[in-house]
Write a protein that binds this ligand. Structure first.
Ligand code: FES
Length: 77
């Protein structure tokens, strides 16, 4: 099943197989070096839209969870 996982205080981990394209606002396709791939959620990556792990250096702390008040527990647990 295709999955996009919101990582705790990190990127969106996109695991959707080979059939997905990542395109920009002009419809141009990004080259995806490996799969699954991670998309930056913190805004700090120098390789946007991909995550370059800058989130861990800047102390990115996301507040949202699928279930409010679930703390650092992943959705569904
Ligand atoms: S989420 Fe990893 S660099 Fe932004």
């Amino acid at each position: 099943m295709p999955t996009i996982k919101v990582r705790l205080n990190g990127p969106y981990l996109v695991d959707v197989g080979e059939d997905v394209k990542l395109i920009d606002w002009n419809g141009k396709e990004y080259a995806i070096a490996s799969r699954p791939f991670a998309l930056c959620r913190c805004g700090g990556s120098t390789n946007k839209p991909f995550c370059d792990r800058t989130h861990s250096k800047i102390g990115f702390a996301a507040a949202e969870a699928a279930v409010p008040d679930s703390g650092d527990k992943p959705a569904g647990q």
